[in-house]
Design a protein. Structure first.
Length: 238
């Protein structure tokens, strides 16, 4: 117990928590985007995907709990490391650090707060339907399309994805540093990997509201039951 407390109370332990939880969250972001890309395969694919997930509630809720725990641990580690860094900086050091840091690292707290607000809204919008006026349980495709047809919603989503890109870039860069790859020999590769991962996620996710607003992705046509009219006895001739 004391060893665990000492480990998680150290900057090394907190950086490890940041790296591990970040890796879990990165994996979720990638899988989530890949699942949503099925919207381009036809109006039934997302509904089938959603039905598949609902048929495995233990797996679904297990994944949600892991993600929730990872997100909370990630925020805790970030706040702990921020406090340590601020306490350790002498007067005047912040100006020099600001000059050397990049835009992604300087905006991590702002992008993190924006993403936190977006996650809450996204759950209320497309998971529970609380703030989605046209939400229908199980109609994943139409919920997706009708949700993004609102320009303000799509605008917020795009801004959040740009914040996510900055967050992912700095996250991958920092994670590789924690793993001991911070060396001039590997910096170019680290930069390329961080940029490529962030760009793929941002481009894929932003394509969704753009495709809906451009009319490329449309709502599924309603299924109309074809009723067979009874034969009119008076029309039957001998």
């Amino acid at each position: 117990m004391n060893a665990a407390k000492a480990f998680f109370g150290s900057t090394i332990g907190q950086k490890v928590v940041m790296a591990v939880t970040g890796l879990i969250l990165f994996g979720f972001v990638l899988v989530h985007m890949a699942g949503n890309l099925q919207v381009y395969a036809g109006p039934t694919k997302l509904d089938e995907y959603g039905e598949l997930l609902r048929k495995a509630p233990a797996l679904l809720w297990g994944a949600r709990l892991v993600l929730l725990g990872s997100a909370l641990a990630h925020v805790w580690a970030m706040l702990s490391l921020t406090k340590v860094n601020m306490d350790a900086r002498p007067t005047g050091y912040r100006v020099e650090t600001y000059k050397k840091s990049d835009y992604a690292s300087r905006t991590m707290r702002l992008t993190g707060i924006t993403l936190g607000a977006f996650i809450v809204f996204h759950i209320l919008h497309l998971t529970t339907g609380t703030v989605h006026p046209q939400f229908v349980e199980g109609a994943v495709h139409n919920n997706f399309v009708f949700g993004f047809q609102a320009p303000l919603v799509s605008g917020f989503y795009i801004v959040a994805m740009l914040c996510l890109g900055l967050h992912l870039y700095h996250g991958v860069w920092s994670m590789t540093q924690t793993l001991g790859l911070a060396h001039p020999k590997y910096d170019l590769l680290r930069h390329a990997a961080a940029t490529a991962f962030a760009a793929i996620i941002v481009a894929g996710n932003i394509s969704f509201p753009v495709a809906v607003l451009a009319g490329i992705v449309k709502p599924a046509a309603p299924v109309i039951a074809q009723a067979t009219a009874p034969a009119d006895a008076t029309s039957v001739r001998e």
